[in-house]
Ligand binder design. Structure first.
Ligand code: OAD
Length: 261
């Protein structure tokens, strides 16, 4: 074996030991914690085969959000916007929750059984956390499986794939829109209130699979930390929050999160 190869193997072994130690330390702290918040983004569903928005292969690298994810785009061309959401619903329906989603559901159930509180705040609209068994999820950006009338405001669950006819209409005659938050729209008030309350009381905030670049959601982790929570970041890539975090787990959440149980 050449010296160079031996050296790189040693560096690799040191990395593995460091990750193991970080996981062990975070696992110990999570076991004792009575108030935990997890903030998730598109990355947690990446291993289920759902594309993220900004990284390599990200949706916003191929599509322009202002054409597909704004109220103005919907007003201009509701059929085009619906076709895009219909395609995403088909991809998501065919996908399954991965071990990362399952680990968070189990962490919640364990924390609650011990008398603690666990709040899962997600920016995802895919519903995979629900399917993995998480409860009381705070959905900051809505849910792709709900549709809402732009006229009377009626909202309902809709699992139909493909959704026909496109665009769908309400009984009142007005258009139905996807029940998600678009660029330029405020977050749902009750969800935001639940999120900020949970962050203010958190002992630990886990920031998983998010680039933490879209506000106000990205500000929640910082708010939790300012209120006294310790922060852990789980992401294969560096993020803006890494330097504030007590633990940085660099890798895919589907592989790393089960190790926290
Ligand atoms: P982004 O696409 O901005 O970021 C995804 C993050 O996931 C990146 O930091 C990746 O490094 C990370 N990632 C990739 N694979 C991963 C894996 N296997 N395990 C863990 N992490 C992984 O997605 P979000 O931060 O969720 O909003 O984006 C926030 C919001 O921007 C979305 O909710 C959406 C989007 O525009 C709206 O549509 C309003």
């Amino acid at each position: 074996m050449s010296a160079e190869v031996a050296g790189s193997n040693l560096a690799l072994a040191a990395d593995v030991i460091r990750v193991d130690e970080t996981i062990r330390s975070l696992r110990r702290t999570l076991k004792e914690a009575s108030s935990v918040v997890a903030l998730t983004g598109a990355g947690i569903s990446a291993e289920s085969g759902i594309r993220t928005f900004r990284g390599a292969g990200g949706l916003w690298r191929q599509y322009r959000p202002e054409k597909l994810a704004t109220p103005e785009a919907f007003e201009r061309d509701p059929k085009l916007v619906w076709e895009w959401y219909d395609w995403r619903r088909a991809v998501i329906q065919a996908a399954k929750p991965n071990p990362g989603h399952a680990a968070l559901a189990e962490l919640e159930s364990r924390t609650v059984k011990q008398g603690g509180s666990f709040t899962l705040i997600t920016q995802n609209v895919d519903g995979l956390h629900d399917r993995a068994g998480s409860r009381g999820i705070v959905k900051l950006h809505g849910d792709i499986w709900t549709v809402r009338c732009v006229g009377c405001g009626r909202s309902e669950r809709n699992d139909q794939v493909p959704l026909l006819p496109l665009p769908p209409h309400c009984e009142c005659g007005a258009l139905m829109r996807p029940g998600v938050v678009w660029f330029g729209e405020p977050l749902p008030e009750d969800e935001w209130e639940r999120a900020t309350k949970a962050c203010a009381a958190a002992q630990i905030v886990l920031v998983i699979g998010t680039s933490a670049t879209v506000y106000p959601a990205a500000g929640l982790a910082q708010a939790a930390q300012q209120a006294g929570a310790k922060m852990a970041v789980v992401n294969p890539e560096p993020t803006a929050l890494d330097e504030m975090a007590e633990w940085v787990l660099r890798g895919p959440s589907g592989e790393l999160l089960p190790g926290l149980l």
